[in-house]
Design a protein around this ligand. Sequence first.
Ligand SMILES: Nc1nc2c(c(=O)[nH]1)N[C@H]1C(S)=C(S)[C@@H](COP(=O)(O)O)O[C@H]1N2
Ligand SMILES: [Mo]
Length: 392
Amino acid sequence: MSKVSRRDVLRRGLVGAVLPAGWGRLAPLGFPIGLARGDDLAAMPGLIVRSSMPLDAETPVEAFDRFLTPNDLFFVRSHFGPPATELTPWRFEVDGLVDRLVSLSLDDLKNKSANVTIPAVLQCSGNGRAYYQPTIPGVGWDRGAVGNAEWTGVRLADLLNQAGIKPEAAHVQLHGADLPPHPKTPAYFRSIPLARAVALGTIVAHSMNGEPLPRLHGGPLRLIVPGWAGNHWIKWLRKVTVSTAEAPGFYMQTGYKIPKVPTPPGVDLKPADLVPVTTLNVKSLIARPLAGAKLPAGRVEVRGVAWTGDGIVEKVEVTTGPGQPWRMAKLDGPATPGTWRTWTLPWDAPPGHHTLRARATDSLGQTQGETTPWNKSGYLWNGIDHVSCEIC
Ligand SMILES: Nc1nc2c(c(=O)[nH]1)N[C@H]1C(S)=C(S)[C@@H](COP(=O)(O)O)O[C@H]1N2
Ligand SMILES: [Mo]
C-alpha cells in the first residue's frame, strides 16, 4: 500500500473538518473525497451517472459521432473521488532506483520541458460490464466508459531520463494523491513495467483537448498509457517511484486480473491462473442511428468509432439485420495506434424494425465475437455492438 508521509497526513488533515459526517479523519486531502463537487457535476450535465459517491458517470453514445470526445462529455471513473488538489502547489517527483531525484513544478512541466500532444483512447476495463451474463456486481457500465481525447504533456521517458534509471529497475510505481475514505481500504496504488513507462506514447499530461486537465479527470496531472486500460492512467499523479517490483497491495496484486484461459462462472481460480488486464481489445460502437430512433425510409448514415490496443483498426463491417451481408464501412484516417477511427456507412433503409450490428478487425487479425468470455470482474467486454431502430 502507498506510504504517506507524516507531513502529507498533517497537511491533508488540516481540512478534515469540511468532510461529511462519518468521513472524518479518514479523508486525506479533505475536500470531498468520494463526492463530486456541485460545480464539477454542473459542468457535465450530459453524463449518465452510474454512481454518485464516488462519481462514476458515462458518456452518452451520441457523443461518439466524432473523433474527439469533449471534456464535458468524457466519462468519469474514480475509486474514491478527487483530492483537494488546489490546496498545495503541485509538484511532480521521480524517486526510487534513480541517480538523482527529480522534482518539478507544473510550470516546469508545462513551459520548461518538451511537450507533446497525442490523441488516445481511454477506456475503463469495466466498460460493457452490463452485458455479461450471469450479471456481475460493480459499476454497471453500458457502452460509454470510453472516450478519445488529445492529451498534452511530457513524455515519462524524458522525466525518467532526467532522473537516470539504475540498471536493476523493472517497474514504475505510480502515486496518485487520492487516498481511500477509510484507513483499512487499500489505496489505489499501481505500477507499470519500465518498458511501458518509457514507451513514446506514455506521457504525464496536464492538458486534455487543449484545456487544463479537469479535476475529475486527474488535474493537474495524470498518466496517459495509450493502448492500455484506464486503470493504468493514474490521476492526480504526484510521484513515480522506479523500483524492481510491481506496486504492492490490492489494486495491483489482486484487482484488475482476468483468467488466462476462459473459465465458466463458479470456478475458483488461483492467482497463477490470472493475468493482469493491460492491452485493450478491438472494439467498435455504433453512434448513429441511436437506439430506438424513428427515422424516415431512405438514406441513413450509420456511423461510429472503432479502436484497439495493439496495432491499428483495419476494418469495420456492419450488417443491417439477420440474413443481410456484412458491408465494409468507410474508415476515416489516418490510422494511428492508441487512438480511435471514426467510420461511416451509407444505408438505404427500408421501412421496418432493424437491428444493426458492427464489428471491427485490427492489424493483428483480432476481431469481435458475439460475446466476450465471462470473467468475474466483468472486464474488457467487446461483444459485437448492436442498435435497433424503426424506419417508417
Ligand atoms: N488516482 C487515481 N487514478 C485513477 C483512478 C482512481 O481511482 N484514482 N481510476 C482509474 C480508472 S479505473 C479509470 S477507468 C480512469 C478513469 O479516468 P477518467 O475519470 O478521466 O475517465 O482513471 C484511472 N485512474
Ligand atoms: Mo476503470
